[in-house]
Each structure stands twice: as structure tokens, then as C-alpha cells.
Design a protein around this ligand. Sequence first.
Ligand SMILES: Cc1ncc(C[n+]2csc(CCOP(=O)(O)OP(=O)(O)O)c2C)c(N)n1
Length: 568
Amino acid sequence: MTAKYTVGQYLVDRLHQLGLDHLFSIAGDYSIDWVNNYVQPGPIKVIEEVNELNAGYAADGYARLKGIGALCVTYSAGALCAVNPIAGAYVEKVPIVLINGTPSIKRTLTFEQTGFSAHHFISGRETDLQVFEYITAATARVDNPDLAPMLIDYALTQCITERRPVYIELLQDIVDCPCKPAPAEKLTPAAIMSDPQSRTESVKALSDALINAKNPLIWLGLEIDRYGLQDQAKRLIQKLNIPYVTELLSKGVLSEDDPLFAGVFDGQASSADVQTLFKNADFILSLGVWLTDINSLGWMFDFARTAFVSLDTVKYGVFFRAQVALGHFIDDLLAADIKPSKQTVPKPVYKKSGVTAADPITYQGFYDFIPQFIDDNTILGSDASMNYFGSMLLKVAAQRGFISQSSYSSIGYIGPAATGICLACQAMENNKRVIVFTGDGGFQMTAQCLSTQARFELNPIIFVIDNGVYAVEQWLADASVFSDKKAEFYKSCELRRWNYSKLAEVFDCGGQKVETYGQLEEAIADAKGHPKRPIVIQVVLADRKSIPANAAWKEPLDAHNVPIRVAR
Ligand SMILES: Cc1ncc(C[n+]2csc(CCOP(=O)(O)OP(=O)(O)O)c2C)c(N)n1
């Protein structure tokens, strides 16, 4: 057989050119030939995952750092398990390629025309494609070798342009078909366009507002990260000498050591200083910020003094201009004649832990104790749980040193995402240690992440806060339960308790159960001494009603959304 260039090879080459060094995969006979014959022998390392949910989250964590992530699954039975992570990536603008190994043309036609089904088929060729059309930036059904390069290039270009997941349906009988080789030049994102008039008028309006403001504030959002605008944003902040805050979704977008960094803004969960800064600012320039309930907890915005430059538009009170790219807008502000502000910037205050080794651990106490183990070589991650509150106030010295899925907020995200984050750090050779915080409810959803991490000798430290309850769910539904000593948790929020530290025996990883700060310190020292295995640290909260201090503001509401005071 003469050596030929194939569709299977084309996809591998295009992905690798984009910086993909790892592919998360769950074997299936519709995709296995592509993985075995084209990915495995090549430069992309295959990471055999335990299920598609975890594979999707791992690809998400990976892509947040590497700028591209990918998973390969099998038709319907596999692919539909990946719907949730792909939806999360769509919401949060994470560029993931989902490769779906799909039954051959022959099998498809046979099923559609005779009813003789091939395994995994639901209703013919449209099912998976239609499901993913809603939650991806592009779908491509690669069912013809001549069209394959064009379809693959289209999907991948959409992925890196929109920074959103794309779906490639790779038919099993097309993989080995010859096609034209991948060009040497890698794909690049399509240009982002701005309307010149909108751009000029927006910069004029907002630079006037900056010039007139006595206490301006900058609020950096996640688009600064997704569009790689960190350096531009940093230069702008320095030029204007304006304090800035981030949001939970964009925490760590710049190093929190930056002298102009004032803290993370998350509504009433923010520090008192950040709340005051927000209230006293006479003009807030938000760059790439998305308004979400979790990133603005309990806060009423004053839109008359807050300008939003994001999602390709500029909104400031009744001023609205469309089609203004964030990068272009920052460039123009950098060029504008605006004098630096003379404000003094309040430094974030980090609380010191005042506990003794024998004290029982509380949710807040944990977060006061943990900073001593975090440095600029650490990447932190937090799951949707009470951990959002605690972790948002930790100092993150590393740029891009914090990861959370805090818009979509699907619990169980951070454990498997840590697999991808560790592998991305390996590929980037940055030697960072990954430390993540999850609730016990979230951890129960995707605990098999430990298996993949042990298999590939990855070393995340996973703190499972063991309170036996879906605390934040209870808090959202009725927060009074936490302050009313006699009140019971909703039955639907009670968890079956697991002995998480014993998972060490199941998965051949590290496992420690801690109830006091002394034990916690020893467990962390043990974890740091084992660079080649994951460790789960089960942090048992004796008081199941203990919650982080910045979650205590929430008043229970009556049926009319009016706060009611609980008799204590
Ligand atoms: C996949 C998914 N299912 C359900 C929910 C609803 N939900 C939001 S927070 C939460 C509880 C989280 O509890 P846990 O992980 O134990 O952390 P804690 O709040 O106790 O710190 C639940 C069930 C969700 N966000 N995602």
C-alpha cells in the first residue's frame, strides 16, 4: 500500500498546529480507528478518561490555559454524556473541539431506509448534530474526503475565533480516505471587526466620562482573558492610574500583586473595601464584564455611572453603540489624551488566621488558614459551592491563577477540570501546583477524576469540604437555616456521607481526613511531598452550618421577596 495522506491525519495535524498536545478520549468503535491509527502514533498524547462528563470538563480546564482543548467520544451514547460540559464551555467561551466518532455512511443509510439499526443510533444522522448545534459555535459533519479539509478548517477557525466549543462529526469510513495535506501555516482566528463610527463615538463618550470623574474605577471581566488582552488592559490601568477590580469569573486575570488591584467584586460577597469603592466610584468602566447573578450577588447596579464595554457593544446609561471590539476600544483609549488619576488605591486586606492546631475547622477558618500554602506558583480552582465565597477573597499572585465555571456553575466541574489544568501546566512547562476546592456534593458527581489523575501521575490537591449538605443550594433556597440553630436542612439538600479519604485505596492516590487545623497542616505537607499523585483532603466541618463569613449577608425572603427576620 502506498503511503497516502488521509482525513484522519488532516484533523490531527490541524489540531496540533493550534497547540493541542493532549486529547481526552473515551474509546468507542466509531472513533477508535482515528484515535489508534492517527492520534496515538503522533505528537498529541491521548488521555484515556473515565467518562465523557469528566473528559469534557478536563478539556475545558485544559483549554482555559492552552487556548484549545479537545475530546473524542463515540456517537450518541458517548456524545450525549458530554452535553453538559460543552454547554458550560459555550456559556463561558472556552474553545473546545468535540470529535464525535460516527457510524459510516453505509450504516446510516441502512438504518434510515430499512430500520436496521446500528448500535447507538437514535433517529438517524441528525440527532447528535442537532443537539450540539445549540451549544457550539459550529458543527461539521465530515462525510466526504474532498470536503473534509474545508469543513475541518471552518469548524476549527470558528472555535478559535469565537472561543467557543465546536462539534466535528467524523464518520468512521472517512477517516482513512485520502485528502489534500494540511497547509504548513496554522489556522488563525478570523479578524474581529469594529464599526469605525461606533468606535470613535464610544471612545469619545467614555474618555470624557473618565476625564470628568473624580473617583473612577475599572472593572475587568472575563473577555480580557478570552481575547488575550491582559497586556493591553495592564497598560491602560497603568496609564490611567485607576484602581481596578475583577469578578469571580475573571479572578486572577492579572496578578493580584498588581499595585492597582483593589479586590474581587461580587456584590454583597465582596470585601467591605471593595463595596465602598464600588459605591463611591462616580464612573465605573467595565471591560469585558458579563453581568450574571453569581458574579454580582445581591447588588443593585447604578447603570447611569457604569459603562459596559463587552459583547461587541458599548452601553453607558442611555448611550449605546454596536460593533465595538473590546481590543480596539482599549487601543483607542490607550491613544486618547487622558491624564492619570490621582486616587489612592485601597490595598486588599487579607485576614490572618488566629487558630490553634487543635481547633475544629470551620468554612471561614479553612479560608483564613489556607493562604500560607499558596504562592505565585499555584493555580487555584473552585467549584460551585460555598467555596466560591471563600476562594474569591484568597490572594492569587499568578496571572491566570484562578479557574471557576462561575457563570454556568455546574457542580462537579472542578475535580475533572483539574486533570486538564495539570496537563496544560505540564505542556506549558510552568511547574505550577494545582489546588482546587469543592463541596462534597460536587465531588460526588465526578469523583472518578482521581482515577485519571492517578493514571497519569498528576498531582492536584483536591480539598473536599465535607459538611454533608448541598450548603449553597440550601443557602439559595432559604439561608435562614444557617443562622437558626434549630432549623433543619431541606431533605433534598442532605447528602449521603462518603469517606472521601478512603478513595485513596480505590484509586491509588493520596487521601487524608482532617478535622483540625493541625491535621490540615500535616495533610498539606504530605501532599506537597508527593509530586506524582493526586491527593484528596477531606476537610470535615464539625459544625455543618458553618459558612464563609462573606455569605452571611443573605436574608431569608418571604413569598413576595421581602426579607424576613428569623427569631434566633
Ligand atoms: C450539575 C448540577 N446539579 C445541580 C446543581 C444545583 N446546585 C447548585 S449548588 C449545589 C450544591 C453544592 O453543594 P456542595 O458541593 O456540597 O458544596 P457546599 O455548598 O456544601 O459548599 C447544587 C446541588 C448544579 N449547580 N449543578
